[in-house]
Design a protein around this ligand. Structure first.
Ligand code: LLP
Length: 417
């Protein structure tokens, strides 16, 4: 058993839908990210169905995985998008996304990015400071436009997740405190080129409990009530992303339980509900396929040196994150306790510690749950070309990103003349 519905063993070989990973590795090389179209579609549909009759917009957080094929599939399913840069805006537009379904988050949007988003007529700017609000007001005025805005409120709620990806505490750089937000909405007339259409929060990522979401939602609803009683017309409530996935033995709420809880806590709210899921949409729809180069046995440790490294998947190095590692060819031979490491020259370059595996050099391994924040956080460290990406759809495989070449890596560099 692999525990992933679209990645299962058949005759001891791990498959993505109906294609063996062995075949993918041989045809496209390794390291290679492999995504399942069925898994992505089913996650999106679970979100959509759970909202049932509720007016809503699912804004996929592009940062989780920004491949054009993934954005395009989600756009076709009707998804909106949460972006955090001008680059992500251009990707969404290129992939056929509807600008009227785009929200723009992030603490440091620059003027060029704001201009691009205003020209594209996006749905809303999630503004994170007074200084940003003033800059946007001024720019919109110059462009003869009205910018739709939500303030991103920092509700000061503990998301109980890794500190690097916790964003809703008062000491975090994100959003504005509730009291300041209230003052700003109150003075909305001071910003003639802005229209305050929404209210927004996002408290962190990889949350495995509902309670922090509920606490944040309660604070947001109280604020919304106060704003409405002062006569402010708010059109939507954006509750951010953050739902966790199962990497190993976590037990996060299911997508439908999470959405149902959000809907239940907001039954009296007439506003459209927005959410910004990233990881829960694509995390378990992707894996990183890698080849064992060498086995090395020392008196202390067994090392499986593989061809994927921290530049391909940096979550283990950065957050000490755990990803399941499965043998593509499941063998019944004796297992050994392996440190699964890459070729990069750092001790932090590991994909997994202490994994019981039965492998030989040349064998393929699948690093699971790597669909989110895998490729999108990859780098060229050690001048390593970025991996290829493929999308499996039933029994066919589509190359959705070619493996980078060394020439591409050096193409924009120059030697002094
Ligand atoms: N909305 C905003 C404003 C965000 O900052 C994020 C993620 C999301 C939505 C999506 O959150 P999700 O549903 O994916 O949890 N690199 C880290 C995760 C960083 C998350 C950053 N913000 C990791 O690999 O765990």
């Amino acid at each position: 058993m692999s525990g992933f519905p679209e990645f299962k063993y058949r005759n001891n070989i791990l498959y993505a839908e109906s294609v063996s990973l062995q075949q993918i590795a041989q045809e496209f090389g390794t390291p290679c990210y492999v995504y399942s179209r069925a898994a992505l579609t089913s996650a999106y549909n679970e979100f959509k169905n759970a909202f049932a009759q509720r007016e809503h917009l699912i804004c996929y957080a592009v940062k989780a995985n920004s491949n054009l094929a993934i954005l395009n599939l989600l756009a076709q399913l009707g998804s909106g998008f949460d972006i955090v840069s001008g680059g992500e805006l251009q990707r969404v537009i290129k992939a056929g996304g509807n600008p009227q379904k785009i929200v723009f988050s992030g603490v440091g949007k620059n003027i060029d990015e704001m201009r691009m988003a205003l020209s594209a007529d996006i749905l809303c700017f999630n503004v994170e400071s007074l200084a940003e609000l003033q800059a946007l007001n001024q720019l919109a005025g110059k462009m003869n436009k009205t910018a739709p805005v939500s303030l991103r409120v920092n509700p000061d709620v503990d998301a109980k997740t890794h500190p690097y990806i916790s964003t809703g505490l008062k000491e975090n750089k994100f959003g504005v405190p509730v009291s300041e937000a209230e003052r700003i909405y109150h003075c909305s007339h001071e910003y003639p080129h802005l229209e305050f259409t929404g209210l927004d929060c996002h408290i962190g990522s990889q949350l495995t409990e509902l309670s922090p979401f509920m606490q944040a939602s309660e604070k947001m609803l109280n604020l919304l009530d106060r704003l409405q009683s002062q006569g402010l017309e708010i059109e939507h409530l954006d509750l951010g992303g953050g739902l966790g996935i199962r990497y190993t033995n976590e037990t996060p709420p299911s997508i439908s339980d999470y959405v149902s809880a959000l809907c239940a806590s907001t039954t009296h709210v007439k506003q459209r509900l927005l959410i910004e899921p990233g990881r829960s949409m694509i995390g378990n729809a992707g894996l990183l396929l890698t080849r064992t180069e060498y086995l090395k046995h020392t008196p202390d440790r067994n090392f499986a040196i593989v061809d994927a490294a921290m530049n391909d998947l940096m979550r283990p190095a950065l957050y000490d994150a755990y990803h399941d590692i499965l043998s593509v060819h499941q063998k019944t031979d004796k297992t050994l306790d392996y440190q699964v490491v890459g070729p990069v020259c750092e001790t932090g370059d590991f994909l997994g510690h202490n994994r019981m595996l039965s492998i030989a050099s040349g064998d393929y391994l699948a690093v699971m749950s790597a669909g989110a924040y895998g490729m999108s956080m990859s780098s060229n460290y050690n001048t390593r070309p970025r991996a290829a990406e493929v999308m499996v759809d039933g029994d066919s495989v589509h190359l959705i990103r070619q493996r980078e070449t060394i020439d591409q890596l050096t193409a924009s560099e120059a030697i002094l003349t």
